[in-house]
Ligand binder design. Structure first.
Ligand code: GTB
Length: 225
């Protein structure tokens, strides 16, 4: 087996907050105990042919190992979880449910959250901004209400702390998606979700992944000062 190589921002616009999508791949690698190398790319390098052969959309993260080259953070995390024990249950039905949660994070919960963050970041000067933000907040809250209710049921049923049984790739993905709301203040209205995120962040693998991506940002700042 050759070394796993992933790509990440040379200087992340999130300033080391671990919100860029290499964080979920780093976290999965740490959960699985897999060593890896990181190729850091500038925004310019992302759009060069060399990187587009790995990711046609010119984005991070990508993954390479033993002739397998992947893009899309969800595909990368799923590949890792399927090929190494630790992030998916062995039982086929439980494995399918954990995979469903990974897709739910990416295709049901993440889109309204990303749309809201984009509006907050780039549309604040528009005359219709407040009205649109309120509408987008409402869409996010529908999903948070539903997710919160699900986690509440899990806890009431058997003290379950995660989306379905043990911590899985589905929880890992959901937590990285929810973290994008940190600066919005919305999570303060969802103590159950805030506690769920905090439980995940208390995992040693999360701490290692977070520290590694933060170190990249800090080095980039030191080099530019
Ligand atoms: N669907 C793809 C996946 O899941 O892998 C999306 C990949 C993606 O959006 N990559 C972004 C990228 O490469 C970085 S993570 N953008 C550069 C480009 O498109 O040119 C998105 C991101 C960026 C910044 C913050 N932030 O500052 O908080 C958060 C998330």
């Amino acid at each position: 087996m050759t070394t796993i190589t992933i790509t990440a921002f040379e200087t992340s616009p999130d300033r080391g907050r671990g919100l860029a999508r290499d964080m979920r791949v780093r976290w999965a690698l740490e959960e699985l105990g897999l060593p890896y190398a990181v190729r850091l790319l500038s925004f310019e390098a992302l759009k060069q042919p060399a990187h587009r052969t790995l990711n046609p959309f010119g984005q991070i993260p990508s993954f390479e190992q033993d002739g397998i080259a992947l893009f899309e953070s969800g595909a990368i995390v799923l590949h890792l979880a399927r090929t190494h024990p630790g992030l998916l249950p062995a039982d086929p039905a439980a494995q399918a449910r954990a995979t469903a949660w990974l897709f739910a994070a990416l295709s049901t919960v993440e889109p309204p959250i990303v749309e809201r963050s984009m509006a907050a970041l780039f549309e604040s000067a528009k005359p219709w901004h407040e009205e649109r933000l309120a509408m987008l907040d409402g869409r996010v809250r529908v999903r948070l209400d539903e997710l919160s209710a699900h986690l509440g049921q899990r806890e009431a049923l058997d003290g379950g702390e995660w989306l379905d049984g043990a911590f899985s790739a589905g929880d890992l993905m959901m937590v990285t998606v929810l973290r994008r709301l940190e600066s919005s203040g919305i999570l303060a209205d969802y103590p159950g979700l805030a506690a769920y995120i905090a439980r995940a962040q208390a995992r040693p693998a999360y701490a290692r992944a977070f520290a590694d991506q933060l170190a990249v940002f800090e080095r980039s700042q030191a080099a530019n000062s």
